[in-house]
Design a protein around this ligand. Structure first.
Ligand code: HAS
Length: 555
């Protein structure tokens, strides 16, 4: 591995992991405010919405995007046995670092309290919008470098099929490229001029639709690197083989066509869209669960095979024969805890997808309950595990505090179980999300005090504290490893799972082209009617919003 490439990979791990400290701090603070421990609007100079924005932007946008790029570099270079062009990976990392620093300055100075969903009428500084755009463009450039080396590999290896890990990575970045176009338009053409005061009106439903056109595929952009790891790394780490490579290929290609056209399911309460558009989004959302159900089966079958190779017998008792606490296979704990959480995260997603049930849970704490078992479940746990693995192998440094490294995912999983249980049971009683409950519903001095929310927010607080402990243990391992001395030759390696069966080549699973066309067709079926509704029923409203209130003063 060349020195510049190594520097880029290590920077791409170190920088977001350092910011993740701030992201986690603000997460724990959320649970403290909301449990009514603090009856203030700010602590240590950071107010509630500033902290919530930092929590979401750092954990869900910055960390995930850096990881997708760095894991992509390692995966693509490992399987294709070459490095991307130097200019692409260096410019990509530079733009991502500069963009993130711009976001950070805007958030720390309180000029970006627009939350990680940043659609109007909440307004942030133009610095924030441009910074986010740079982060995104930087990640595109990394992808362009991989495409280049893919074509040179293909030329040298005619007739060989695309490795599964490369297919997963390319599907993910194709989704990302298409999904980021609407948000680029939203931030650069609509929000930035509005924020600079160059335009005096804004179409709020349009910015919301453009955000969610990006916002749902975004969650699969977070998830697919974890799926690449589940299909191509986990079976090997568990001591077995991948049950079916073709099932993995089909699952990735189904994500390619179904991730994009479902964003409207975040807007079931949006008055502008017709019932037909909402029904269609609901049906497509059920469809996008299918590749995850397939993954559950394929990964479970691979784990069962691994356990039987380790001597397991019995219909269910094989589950106990897996390497849960083996120090040399510490990655296993990160992967399995993510999978266990995702069973509940996925099922709660299917509740959300139903138009009628969504009326009960939308904008309540049920929703963060769901997404902490998805993005803070498999996604973050794979990021944490693989960041340790990639940092130590690429830098040549030995992993420190290995017992802590093994404990972290289990402590984190218990923390999420409490956190999400508290959030979801509160959500079912109407506990609102994105609200400083400590100033109102959980403040006994407030006329709004609601004693039903005390046990649920306290359970959430317990979860937040346990997750905070897991995060501290993790930071000890990560930074002690990073500060250690080099003891091995730096290497670009990954555990590589073999496939269990010699499967026949299925031509449709070996090319992305027809799937890309189908993706565009499906996007049109949702978004042409959605756009027609937007332009028919909503109009731009005068810019009469104060930065601290979503109320339109014009009305
Ligand atoms: Fe979601 C809202 C529907 C998946 C993230 N989602 C959100 C938000 C986020 C998010 C962040 O339909 C909030 C956005 C905001 O701030 O407003 N979601 C779904 C559906 C799925 C889904 C149907 N979501 C995800 C994933 C996320 C994520 C993945 C992040 C990574 N979601 C919704 C809807 C809303 C929503 C509505 C809007 C709610 C509202 O009203 O605002 C599906 O993709 C889920 C399918 C998953 C499964 C689970 C498969 C299980 C597996 C584990 C197997 C376990 C094994 C272990 C093998 C069917 C793969 C075996 C164990 C042994 C011991 C051996």
């Amino acid at each position: 591995i060349s020195k510049p490439y190594r520097t880029v990979i290590l920077t791409g791990l170190l920088m977001p992991m350092t910011l993740f400290i701030l992201g986690c701090y603000n997460g724990v603070m959320q649970t403290i405010y909301r449990a009514g421990i603090i009856h203030q609007s700010s602590v240590a100079g950071i107010n509630y919405y500033q902290g919530l924005t930092m929590h979401g932007v750092i954990n869900a946008i910055v960390l995930t995007t850096f990881f997708a790029v760095v894991f992509g570099h390692v995966t693509v270079s490992y399987y294709l046995k070459r490095e991307p062009p130097k200019l692409t990976y260096q410019i990509s990392m530079l733009l991502m670092v500069v963009g993130t620093l711009m976001d950070l300055v805007a958030m720390l100075t309180g000029k970006a309290q627009a939350l990680y969903t940043f659609y109007a009428p909440l307004k942030a500084s133009p610095f924030f919008y441009v910074g986010t755009a740079l982060l995104i463009v930087g990640s595109w450039i990394a992808f362009f470098g991989w495409i280049k080396i893919w074509y040179s590999w293909k030329k040298e290896n005619p007739g060989k099929r695309m490795p599964l890990a490369i297919l997963g990575t390319f599907v993910n970045f194709s989704i990302w490229l298409v999904a980021t176009l609407p948000v680029a338009y939203e931030t650069l053409v609509i929000l930035t001029p509005w924020s600079l005061g160059w335009t005096d009106s804004i179409n709020v439903p349009l910015t919301r639709m453009l955000f969610w056109m990006f916002g749902h595929p975004l969650v699969y952009f977070w998830l697919l690197p974890a799926y690449v790891a589940y299909y191509t790394i986990l079976p090997k780490v568990a001591g077995g083989k991948l049950y079916s490579g073709n099932a993995g290929r089909l699952a990735f290609l189904l994500f390619l066509i179904l991730s994009m056209p479902v964003g409207v399911h975040h807007q079931f309460s949006e008055p502008v869209f017709t019932p037909g558009t909402k029904l269609w989004a609901s049906l497509l959302t059920y469809a996008v669960s299918i590749p995850s159900f397939m993954t559950a089966f394929t990964v479970a079958a691979s784990l069962e095979y691994a356990a039987r190779k380790r001597g397991a017998k019995g219909v269910f008792s094989w589950m106990w024969k897996l390497p849960y606490f083996e120090v040399d296979r510490y990655l296993f704990g990160y992967f399995i805890c993510g999978l266990i959480l995702f069973i509940f995260g996925g099922l709660s997603g299917i509740v959300n997808a139903s138009y009628t049930l969504n009326q009960l849970v939308h904008n309540t704490d049920w929703v963060p309950g769901h997404f902490h078992m998805t993005v803070a479940g498999p996604v973050i746990l794979v990021i944490l595990g693989m960041s340790l693995y990639m940092y130590s192998t690429v830098s040549g440094k030995a992993l420190k505090f290995k017992t802590f490294a093994v404990m972290v995912p289990y402590v984190w999983m218990v923390g999420i179980a409490f956190l999400s249980h508290g959030l979801m049971s509160g959500g079912l009683m109407g506990e609102p999300r994105r609200t400083n409950l400590g100033l109102s519903y959980t403040n006994p001095d407030s006329p709004l005090f609601n004693h039903h929310f005390v046990p649920t927010t306290t359970t959430t607080l317990v979860g937040g504290i346990i997750m905070g402990i897991a995060a501290i243990l993790y930071f000890i391992v990560f930074f002690a490893t990073a500060m250690g001395k080099r003891v091995n030759e730096p290497q670009l390696i990954l555990p590589e799972s073999e496939e269990l069966h010699e499967e026949k080549d299925i031509p449709l699973l070996l090319t992305m082209k027809p799937w890309l066309i189908l993706m565009i067709v499906l996007v049109m079926t949702t978004y042409v009617p959605a756009l027609i509704s937007i332009f028919k029923y909503s109009k731009a409203v005068p810019n009469k919003f104060q930065p601290d209130s979503p109320q339109n003063l014009q009305k």
